[in-house]
Structures are given as C-alpha cells and as structure tokens.
Design a protein around this ligand. Structure first.
Ligand code: 1QQ
Length: 401
C-alpha cells in the first residue's frame, strides 16, 4: 500500500526544502504523500439499553462502540468516536439496514484493559449488540477481544495496528492498516528529505503492545536501509519526564529519532527532545496520528514525520460525503482515526444489509445474526473513506490506497 506521510507543524521547513522552496500543502514523492498540516487546536455518550430486534418489528439493530472517551487514550479514541457518530447518522439517513434503523450503543473503554473488558462485557451481555467497534488500542484488544471471540460476537478494530490482532480469533477483524504496512513509509520519506541520515536513535513505550510491535517494524526497516541504530531508549505511556532518555540519546548525536508511543507521552517526549536542542527530523508512529498532539508539543512538533492510512483528499464519493459531514460538525479536516471509526461502522452496516438480504435478520436469533454477520464482514468488499478495502479470511484489512 502507498502511505500518506504528514509533516506535523506549520508549513514545515523540511517540506519547503523537499518542495524546491515552495510551500505547498501536498507533495507527491515516490508513491508517498507528504503533507504539511497547520498547527491547529484540539478539539460519555451512553445510550439506554434496549432489547434486541424482535421478529418483524422495526426496533433498531444495536451495534456497540467501545472506544476511549476518557483517559490519555481519549486524545485518539474520541476522534474515532466522532467518526462513528457521523457514520451512525449518515447510514441511518440512507435507510439504515434495509429500512430498519440501527443504533450505536457507546461504552467508554477508556485507556486500560479492565475498562475495555467491562465495556465489551456490558455490550455483549446487557445491551446485546450484534457486533462491536473497538477497542481503541492494541494493548486493550489483546485483553478484550478474546471475550467477544468466545461469545461469537464480531469485532472490528478501528485503530488496532499491532501485529497479531486479527489472529486473536475468528470473530476479530480490523480496518486499521497494520504497523507492518504503515510504519516503513515515514522512514522512506525521512530519507528522501535528508539522504545524509547515518545515526538513528529509537524510542518506544515498553508498556504498550502497539508501541512494542511498531518499534520492531521500525528497527527492521532501519536495518534493511543499513542505518545504524545508536541507541534504543524505553519509556512508559504514563511518563511525563523524559530527561534521562532524551539526554542519553542526544549525546550520541543522532541524525534521526524514531518514536513509538501514544499521543500524550509522545507529544511530551518530542517537546523535551527539542527543548534539549535536537533539531533534526523525528519520525513518529501511529500514536502521533492526531492533531490533538499539537497542544502538547505546540510549535516544537515541527519536523515530525507521520505516515497515515487516510487522506482527506481521497476522491471517492463516500469520502467526500464523510469529509463534508465532518467539517460541518467538527470544523476541521477529518483525521485518520475518525476516518477509521467511520469505516468500521460502515463495514458493519453494509455487512448487516447483505446478511439481511440473504435471510431477514428479524427471522434469526441474536446468536445466528452474529455468526452470519461475521461471515459476511469477511467476504465483502467495501468502498470507504480509506479507499477500497476487503479482508483476508483471518480478518486482516486489505487496503488498496
Ligand atoms: C494501537 C495503535 C494506537 C496508536 C491507537 C490508539 O495504533 O494501539 O494499535
């Protein structure tokens, strides 16, 4: 897949260099989009439980959304919630599930495993949803997804990118492009901007499954490019003080710093690295993929490259509709996590419609609906804001763009 690589910061210096001195919002470079995004500000819904669809009635079909609405992870999770809400309105206005409305049941999965497990259990056993969009992080997915899998409830991870998530079970799929596909794009972009990179310092959050997974992909890609890693520094996603690790790395005079962490910690880490005088490029992983990082590192975010699996400019009709709805509701361009939240709901809606056309959902028990829905999700093809996607039999996303 070709990635989209964004340079965080105001009409970034690096992008100006790479673009022959002209400031342009988008620069195409060997199959990778590099865009400068402006410094912008950041920007518990719980719906009452209702009983599952009864035979022949127009009671709404219930779909669970278990994402981070609170905690540090909310910087990312809330964006997916916003995307899911837009999808809920959009597809219900377009006759829902073949003229039966559907209702999104939101449960705050916060930032830890226990909250994600609680959210999943409540959606499965109390709300009796037909499927679940969530959780926000891979760390949570490895704990909560097995519960849904055992209960035979289909799950679509909107933003779980670590290696091994679809392999959790046969009811688990994701629309998030995995770290294996996404991460190497930003390294390629960094080398294009600065071909003289010789020494690389790597940082990662050691208490987070996604960060552990992503750093291995980065390290592997660096080895393949014959770029020496001069140090590997570890931190925790809960850390706020990075002086020791940042000083140790900067003393080794790296030409590139590569960071795998979540938004809040990563933003603080970037700020402290810059405050200690490091001026060269930084490559950030998927945890940087939100404008909510700007209030954390502010203008010191400048010069950070991030690969993203979504472009607001993707030219298909569904992305245009999504982007328009997003801009009018949230007054900003849709970020990747919102596009992925929208897409996860869209896949459920389209698979529910197809399942219902084969055999009326109202004539099936909830257990039958869940199994039929899971099979349909995996066999379908979807034209989404992320471009055309489908799934491997294992539930891994195949994203063309
Ligand atoms: C994961 C991620 C995070 C950055 C999403 C919140 O990619 O946990 O897999």
């Amino acid at each position: 897949m070709n990635g989209f690589v964004c340079t965080l910061g105001l009409a970034n210096r690096m992008v100006r260099q790479a673009n022959d001195g002209k400031i342009s919002p988008i620069l195409c470079a060997t199959g990778v989009l590099v865009c400068a995004i402006a410094l912008v500000g950041c920007q518990t819904t719980k719906v009452e439980n209702s009983s599952p669809t009864d035979k022949g009635s127009l009671k709404p079909i219930l779909l669970g959304v278990a994402l981070a609405q609170t905690s540090n992870l909310a910087l990312l999770g809330q964006e997916s919630v916003n995307g899911a809400k837009i999808a809920g309105d959009y597809f219900n206005q377009k006759s829902g599930i073949n003229n039966t409305p559907f209702k999104l049941i939101f449960q705050d999965a916060a930032g830890d495993e226990a909250s994600a497990i609680n959210a999943f259990q409540s959606l499965i056993s109390q709300a009796k949803v037909v499927g679940i969009v969530g959780p926000s992080s891979s760390q949570q997915a490895f704990s909560a997804d097995p519960i849904a899998d055992r209960a035979k409830v289909p799950v679509i991870g909107p933003t779980n990118t670590a290696k091994g998530v679809p392999e959790i079970g046969s009811f688990i799929a994701r629309v998030a492009s995995p770290v294996t596909v996404l991460a190497p794009n930003s390294l390629k972009a960094a080398l294009k901007i600065d071909p003289n990179i010789k020494r690389v310092a790597v940082f990662y959050a050691q208490n987070d499954a996604f960060s552990q997974s992503e750093t291995l992909i980065f390290q592997d890609a660096l080895k393949k490019q014959a770029l020496p890693i001069v140090t590997i520094q570890k931190f925790q996603t809960t850390d706020t003080d990075f002086q020791t690790q940042a000083t140790a790395a900067i003393n080794l005079k790296p030409d590139l710093i590569v960071i795998s962490g979540l938004a809040a910690d990563s933003g603080n880490l970037v700020r402290q690295i810059r405050e200690l005088g490091y001026k060269k490029l930084i490559v950030g992983g998927n945890g940087f993929n939100t404008p909510n990082i700007f209030p954390v590192c502010k203008q010191l975010c400048d010069g950070v490259l991030v690969a993203q699996a979504y472009s607001p400019d993707h030219p298909n009709a569904i992305n245009k509709a999504f982007r328009e709805a997003y801009m009018s509701r949230y007054k900003q361009e849709p970020p990747q996590f919102s596009a992925q939240g929208f897409t996860a709901v869209q896949v459920f809606v389209e698979a529910l419609r197809a399942t219902d056309r084969k055999q009326k959902l109202s004539s099936q028990s909830l257990a039958e609906q869940r199994v039929a829905l899971n099979q349909q999700i995996l066999s379908g093809k979807y034209d989404t804001p992320l471009g055309e996607i489908s799934f491997t039999p294992q539930g891994e996303v195949i994203q063309r763009n």
